[in-house]
Design a protein around this ligand. Structure first.
Ligand code: FES
Length: 107
């Protein structure tokens, strides 16, 4: 199972084994990782699952789709070049070792 490490706004670091096909958001919520709100449950409609992807993985995660790109313009915390909505990042073996920093503000 691919491993993800989350850095929460409160400084907590959490490393989890994700199921293939689960999103970075789902894995966090299921395991009580702090800082991801995910109000819309993964429908790409709330932008409250904002994370910053470690630069080492930006190529592996690819570019956001058009809808995600539009939603990223409305995030509560600053949008950066490595900003993504974690509900749109599906885990797979190529993302093993993924590290994300959870945005300091989601709402
Ligand atoms: S959970 Fe709502 S946009 Fe990701």
């Amino acid at each position: 199972m691919p491993e993800i490490t989350y850095f929460s706004p409160d400084g907590t670091q959490t490393t989890l084994d994700a199921r293939d096909g689960d999103s970075v958001m789902e894995t966090a919520v299921k395991n009580g990782v702090k800082g991801i709100v995910a109000e819309c449950g993964g429908a790409c409609a709330c932008a409250t699952c904002h994370v910053y992807v470690d630069e080492a993985f930006t190529d592996a995660v690819g570019e956001p789709g058009d809808l995600e790109d539009d939603m990223l313009d409305g995030t509560a915390a600053e949008r950066l070049p490595n900003s993504r909505l974690s509900c749109q990042l599906k885990m797979n073996p190529a993302l093993n070792g993924l590290t994300v920093r959870i945005a300091p503000k989601q709402i």
